[in-house]
Write a protein that binds this ligand. Structure first.
Ligand code: GLN
Length: 307
Protein backbone atom coordinates (compact mmCIF):
# COMPACT_ATOMS: atom_id res chain seq x y z
CA UNK A 1 0.00 0.00 0.00
CA UNK A 2 1.28 3.48 -0.83
CA UNK A 3 2.26 5.71 2.05
CA UNK A 4 1.49 9.40 2.49
CA UNK A 5 5.13 10.21 1.76
CA UNK A 6 5.23 8.18 -1.45
CA UNK A 7 1.96 9.60 -2.74
CA UNK A 8 3.15 13.13 -2.09
CA UNK A 9 6.46 12.57 -3.85
CA UNK A 10 4.90 11.12 -7.00
CA UNK A 11 2.10 13.69 -7.13
CA UNK A 12 4.55 16.54 -6.62
CA UNK A 13 6.64 15.34 -9.55
CA UNK A 14 3.59 15.04 -11.76
CA UNK A 15 2.25 18.47 -10.82
CA UNK A 16 5.63 20.10 -11.27
CA UNK A 17 5.88 18.58 -14.75
CA UNK A 18 2.42 19.89 -15.56
CA UNK A 19 3.60 23.41 -14.78
CA UNK A 20 2.35 24.04 -11.23
CA UNK A 21 4.63 26.42 -9.36
CA UNK A 22 3.27 25.18 -6.05
CA UNK A 23 3.41 21.45 -6.78
CA UNK A 24 4.30 20.20 -3.30
CA UNK A 25 1.74 22.43 -1.59
CA UNK A 26 -0.94 21.45 -4.12
CA UNK A 27 -0.22 17.77 -3.50
CA UNK A 28 -0.43 18.19 0.27
CA UNK A 29 -3.64 20.20 0.15
CA UNK A 30 -5.30 17.76 -2.23
CA UNK A 31 -4.27 14.66 -0.26
CA UNK A 32 -5.47 16.27 2.97
CA UNK A 33 -8.76 17.09 1.31
CA UNK A 34 -9.36 13.49 0.20
CA UNK A 35 -8.31 12.01 3.56
CA UNK A 36 -10.36 14.62 5.38
CA UNK A 37 -7.48 15.73 7.59
CA UNK A 38 -5.72 19.00 7.93
CA UNK A 39 -2.44 19.32 6.09
CA UNK A 40 -0.19 19.45 9.14
CA UNK A 41 -1.61 16.20 10.58
CA UNK A 42 -1.20 14.56 7.21
CA UNK A 43 2.42 15.47 6.70
CA UNK A 44 3.32 14.62 10.29
CA UNK A 45 2.66 10.95 9.51
CA UNK A 46 4.59 10.21 6.36
CA UNK A 47 4.79 6.45 6.81
CA UNK A 48 1.07 5.98 7.13
CA UNK A 49 -0.43 3.75 4.44
CA UNK A 50 -3.37 5.09 2.46
CA UNK A 51 -6.23 2.86 1.31
CA UNK A 52 -6.99 2.22 -2.32
CA UNK A 53 -10.22 4.23 -2.44
CA UNK A 54 -8.50 7.30 -1.12
CA UNK A 55 -5.58 6.82 -3.48
CA UNK A 56 -8.00 6.63 -6.42
CA UNK A 57 -9.70 9.84 -5.37
CA UNK A 58 -6.36 11.52 -4.83
CA UNK A 59 -5.26 10.50 -8.31
CA UNK A 60 -8.40 12.02 -9.81
CA UNK A 61 -7.78 15.24 -7.93
CA UNK A 62 -4.14 15.34 -9.05
CA UNK A 63 -5.21 14.73 -12.65
CA UNK A 64 -7.58 17.70 -12.47
CA UNK A 65 -4.85 19.90 -11.04
CA UNK A 66 -2.42 18.69 -13.70
CA UNK A 67 -5.05 19.86 -16.22
CA UNK A 68 -4.72 23.35 -14.77
CA UNK A 69 -7.83 23.47 -12.60
CA UNK A 70 -7.36 25.57 -9.45
CA UNK A 71 -6.95 23.68 -6.18
CA UNK A 72 -9.87 25.61 -4.70
CA UNK A 73 -12.32 24.21 -7.27
CA UNK A 74 -10.99 20.67 -6.83
CA UNK A 75 -11.38 20.87 -3.06
CA UNK A 76 -14.61 22.82 -3.43
CA UNK A 77 -13.44 25.16 -0.68
CA UNK A 78 -11.51 28.39 -0.35
CA UNK A 79 -10.56 30.13 2.88
CA UNK A 80 -11.38 33.81 2.99
CA UNK A 81 -11.29 36.05 6.03
CA UNK A 82 -10.71 32.98 8.19
CA UNK A 83 -13.87 31.29 6.92
CA UNK A 84 -14.32 28.36 4.57
CA UNK A 85 -16.39 29.19 1.49
CA UNK A 86 -17.82 26.70 -0.94
CA UNK A 87 -16.48 27.51 -4.39
CA UNK A 88 -17.03 26.08 -7.83
CA UNK A 89 -17.05 27.21 -11.42
CA UNK A 90 -20.16 29.33 -10.91
CA UNK A 91 -18.13 32.11 -9.28
CA UNK A 92 -14.68 33.65 -8.96
CA UNK A 93 -12.47 32.16 -6.25
CA UNK A 94 -12.21 34.79 -3.50
CA UNK A 95 -8.77 36.41 -3.42
CA UNK A 96 -6.95 37.41 -0.24
CA UNK A 97 -6.74 41.06 -1.44
CA UNK A 98 -10.53 41.29 -1.24
CA UNK A 99 -10.38 40.80 2.53
CA UNK A 100 -9.47 44.49 2.57
CA UNK A 101 -13.02 45.37 1.55
CA UNK A 102 -14.42 43.34 4.45
CA UNK A 103 -12.05 45.00 6.89
CA UNK A 104 -12.71 48.51 5.58
CA UNK A 105 -16.45 47.79 5.47
CA UNK A 106 -16.40 46.70 9.10
CA UNK A 107 -14.60 49.90 10.15
CA UNK A 108 -17.19 52.00 8.31
CA UNK A 109 -20.11 50.11 9.85
CA UNK A 110 -18.72 50.40 13.38
CA UNK A 111 -18.01 54.12 12.94
CA UNK A 112 -21.65 54.68 12.00
CA UNK A 113 -23.06 52.50 14.77
CA UNK A 114 -21.02 54.37 17.38
CA UNK A 115 -21.68 57.83 15.99
CA UNK A 116 -23.91 59.63 18.52
CA UNK A 117 -25.12 62.10 15.88
CA UNK A 118 -26.34 59.28 13.72
CA UNK A 119 -28.06 57.55 16.63
CA UNK A 120 -29.70 60.80 17.69
CA UNK A 121 -30.95 61.37 14.14
CA UNK A 122 -32.60 57.92 14.27
CA UNK A 123 -31.50 57.05 10.80
CA UNK A 124 -32.28 53.38 11.08
CA UNK A 125 -30.02 50.50 10.12
CA UNK A 126 -26.69 50.98 8.37
CA UNK A 127 -27.38 49.86 4.82
CA UNK A 128 -24.66 47.98 3.00
CA UNK A 129 -24.42 46.51 -0.49
CA UNK A 130 -21.89 44.05 -1.82
CA UNK A 131 -22.15 44.57 -5.58
CA UNK A 132 -21.12 41.63 -7.73
CA UNK A 133 -20.97 39.29 -4.78
CA UNK A 134 -19.99 36.11 -6.68
CA UNK A 135 -19.54 33.38 -4.07
CA UNK A 136 -20.91 35.82 -1.48
CA UNK A 137 -17.55 35.99 0.29
CA UNK A 138 -17.44 39.72 1.04
CA UNK A 139 -21.04 40.16 2.22
CA UNK A 140 -21.00 36.96 4.25
CA UNK A 141 -17.60 37.54 5.85
CA UNK A 142 -18.73 41.03 6.81
CA UNK A 143 -21.98 39.70 8.31
CA UNK A 144 -20.11 37.06 10.30
CA UNK A 145 -17.54 39.61 11.49
CA UNK A 146 -20.24 42.07 12.58
CA UNK A 147 -22.16 39.37 14.40
CA UNK A 148 -18.95 38.49 16.26
CA UNK A 149 -18.91 42.09 17.43
CA UNK A 150 -22.45 41.81 18.70
CA UNK A 151 -23.96 43.87 15.92
CA UNK A 152 -27.57 42.79 15.49
CA UNK A 153 -27.87 41.76 11.87
CA UNK A 154 -31.10 42.88 10.23
CA UNK A 155 -31.66 45.48 12.93
CA UNK A 156 -28.44 47.51 13.29
CA UNK A 157 -27.37 46.73 9.74
CA UNK A 158 -29.02 45.57 6.54
CA UNK A 159 -26.85 43.85 3.97
CA UNK A 160 -27.75 43.21 0.38
CA UNK A 161 -25.62 41.33 -2.11
CA UNK A 162 -26.14 41.42 -5.85
CA UNK A 163 -24.90 39.57 -8.87
CA UNK A 164 -25.90 39.45 -12.51
CA UNK A 165 -25.33 35.68 -12.47
CA UNK A 166 -28.16 33.55 -11.08
CA UNK A 167 -25.70 30.66 -10.83
CA UNK A 168 -23.32 32.66 -8.67
CA UNK A 169 -26.20 33.74 -6.44
CA UNK A 170 -27.16 30.12 -5.83
CA UNK A 171 -23.65 29.46 -4.59
CA UNK A 172 -23.68 32.66 -2.51
CA UNK A 173 -26.98 31.68 -0.88
CA UNK A 174 -25.58 28.27 0.01
CA UNK A 175 -22.58 29.97 1.60
CA UNK A 176 -24.84 32.30 3.56
CA UNK A 177 -26.74 29.29 4.89
CA UNK A 178 -23.49 27.52 5.78
CA UNK A 179 -22.34 30.54 7.78
CA UNK A 180 -25.74 31.04 9.41
CA UNK A 181 -26.30 34.50 7.94
CA UNK A 182 -28.94 33.58 5.36
CA UNK A 183 -31.48 35.78 7.15
CA UNK A 184 -29.08 38.68 7.35
CA UNK A 185 -27.97 38.97 3.74
CA UNK A 186 -30.58 39.55 1.03
CA UNK A 187 -29.53 38.48 -2.43
CA UNK A 188 -30.65 40.18 -5.63
CA UNK A 189 -30.13 39.14 -9.20
CA UNK A 190 -29.28 42.50 -10.70
CA UNK A 191 -26.84 44.20 -12.96
CA UNK A 192 -24.89 46.11 -10.26
CA UNK A 193 -27.75 47.37 -8.07
CA UNK A 194 -31.47 46.65 -8.17
CA UNK A 195 -33.34 49.42 -10.08
CA UNK A 196 -35.19 50.27 -6.86
CA UNK A 197 -33.20 49.88 -3.66
CA UNK A 198 -34.71 47.88 -0.79
CA UNK A 199 -36.92 50.09 1.44
CA UNK A 200 -36.30 52.72 -1.26
CA UNK A 201 -33.58 53.98 1.02
CA UNK A 202 -30.10 54.98 -0.13
CA UNK A 203 -27.11 52.94 0.92
CA UNK A 204 -24.54 53.90 3.52
CA UNK A 205 -21.80 51.62 2.30
CA UNK A 206 -21.16 50.13 -1.13
CA UNK A 207 -18.50 47.44 -1.44
CA UNK A 208 -17.65 45.97 -4.82
CA UNK A 209 -15.12 43.63 -6.32
CA UNK A 210 -16.28 43.94 -9.91
CA UNK A 211 -14.55 42.43 -12.93
CA UNK A 212 -11.59 44.66 -13.71
CA UNK A 213 -9.17 42.65 -15.81
CA UNK A 214 -8.31 44.19 -19.19
CA UNK A 215 -9.96 41.99 -21.81
CA UNK A 216 -6.85 41.50 -23.89
CA UNK A 217 -4.91 40.37 -20.80
CA UNK A 218 -7.30 37.53 -19.96
CA UNK A 219 -5.77 34.97 -22.38
CA UNK A 220 -2.35 35.62 -20.82
CA UNK A 221 -3.44 34.86 -17.23
CA UNK A 222 -2.39 31.60 -15.54
CA UNK A 223 -4.34 28.62 -16.87
CA UNK A 224 -6.15 28.23 -13.52
CA UNK A 225 -7.96 31.49 -14.23
CA UNK A 226 -9.47 30.02 -17.40
CA UNK A 227 -11.63 27.79 -15.16
CA UNK A 228 -13.25 30.84 -13.56
CA UNK A 229 -16.27 32.59 -15.10
CA UNK A 230 -14.93 35.10 -17.58
CA UNK A 231 -17.78 37.49 -16.74
CA UNK A 232 -16.30 37.80 -13.25
CA UNK A 233 -12.95 38.94 -14.66
CA UNK A 234 -13.59 40.77 -17.93
CA UNK A 235 -13.62 44.52 -17.37
CA UNK A 236 -13.66 45.41 -21.07
CA UNK A 237 -10.97 47.10 -23.18
CA UNK A 238 -9.37 49.02 -20.29
CA UNK A 239 -10.72 46.92 -17.44
CA UNK A 240 -12.91 49.72 -16.11
CA UNK A 241 -16.27 49.11 -17.85
CA UNK A 242 -18.05 47.66 -14.84
CA UNK A 243 -16.46 50.12 -12.43
CA UNK A 244 -17.54 53.09 -14.60
CA UNK A 245 -21.09 51.71 -14.73
CA UNK A 246 -21.19 51.50 -10.95
CA UNK A 247 -19.71 55.01 -10.56
CA UNK A 248 -22.68 56.28 -12.60
CA UNK A 249 -25.09 54.74 -10.11
CA UNK A 250 -23.41 56.03 -6.96
CA UNK A 251 -24.84 59.57 -6.76
CA UNK A 252 -28.36 58.14 -6.58
CA UNK A 253 -27.57 55.00 -4.63
CA UNK A 254 -25.42 56.42 -1.86
CA UNK A 255 -26.54 58.55 1.04
CA UNK A 256 -24.84 61.95 1.51
CA UNK A 257 -22.40 60.71 4.15
CA UNK A 258 -22.00 57.31 2.57
CA UNK A 259 -18.93 55.61 1.21
CA UNK A 260 -18.09 53.37 -1.70
CA UNK A 261 -15.07 51.06 -1.60
CA UNK A 262 -14.27 49.49 -4.95
CA UNK A 263 -11.53 46.95 -5.55
CA UNK A 264 -9.29 47.85 -8.49
CA UNK A 265 -6.30 46.33 -10.27
CA UNK A 266 -2.82 47.30 -9.09
CA UNK A 267 -2.26 49.35 -12.27
CA UNK A 268 -5.63 51.10 -12.22
CA UNK A 269 -5.12 53.75 -9.55
CA UNK A 270 -4.91 56.58 -12.08
CA UNK A 271 -7.46 55.28 -14.57
CA UNK A 272 -10.05 54.48 -11.92
CA UNK A 273 -9.50 57.81 -10.10
CA UNK A 274 -9.86 59.72 -13.37
CA UNK A 275 -13.07 57.81 -14.19
CA UNK A 276 -14.37 58.74 -10.74
CA UNK A 277 -13.40 62.43 -11.08
CA UNK A 278 -15.23 62.65 -14.41
CA UNK A 279 -18.45 61.27 -12.97
CA UNK A 280 -18.42 62.38 -9.35
CA UNK A 281 -17.72 66.09 -9.27
CA UNK A 282 -16.78 67.32 -5.82
CA UNK A 283 -16.43 63.85 -4.29
CA UNK A 284 -13.45 62.86 -2.20
CA UNK A 285 -11.56 60.25 -4.19
CA UNK A 286 -8.69 58.22 -2.80
CA UNK A 287 -6.82 55.01 -3.46
CA UNK A 288 -5.65 52.67 -0.71
CA UNK A 289 -2.93 50.03 -0.99
CA UNK A 290 -3.18 46.35 -0.16
CA UNK A 291 -0.76 44.58 2.18
CA UNK A 292 1.68 44.17 -0.72
CA UNK A 293 1.69 47.98 -1.03
CA UNK A 294 -0.13 47.90 -4.38
CA UNK A 295 -3.07 50.19 -5.15
CA UNK A 296 -6.16 48.11 -4.48
CA UNK A 297 -9.16 50.05 -3.20
CA UNK A 298 -10.83 53.11 -4.65
CA UNK A 299 -12.43 55.05 -1.77
CA UNK A 300 -15.22 57.47 -2.67
CA UNK A 301 -17.12 59.89 -0.46
CA UNK A 302 -19.90 62.21 -1.65
CA UNK A 303 -19.20 65.96 -1.42
CA UNK A 304 -20.46 66.65 2.05
CA UNK A 305 -19.31 63.48 3.78
CA UNK A 306 -17.27 64.16 6.88
CA UNK A 307 -17.47 67.92 6.28
N1 GLN B 1 -7.68 39.95 -8.78
C1 GLN B 1 -8.28 39.13 -9.79
C2 GLN B 1 -7.22 38.56 -10.72
O1 GLN B 1 -6.22 39.17 -10.91
C3 GLN B 1 -9.27 39.91 -10.61
C4 GLN B 1 -10.55 39.94 -9.93
C5 GLN B 1 -11.48 40.91 -10.56
O2 GLN B 1 -11.50 41.16 -11.77
N2 GLN B 1 -12.27 41.48 -9.75
O3 GLN B 1 -7.38 37.47 -11.24
Amino acid sequence: MATVGELLVSATTRLRESGSETARLDAEVLLASVTGEDRTTLIAHHERPIGEDVVARFEQAVARRAGGEPVAYIRGIKEFFGLAFAVDRRALIPRPESELLVEAGRVEVMARLTDPARTAADRGPVRIADVGTGSGAIAIALAVELRRRRVVLGNDVRIIATDSSADALELARANAVAHAVADAVRFYEADLLPPVLPDEAPLDIVLANLPYVIRSVIPTLPVATSFEPVTALDGGPDGLDAIRALLERLPDALTGDGIALLEIGADQAEGASAAARERLAGWRIGVEPDIAGLPRVLRLNPPWAGA
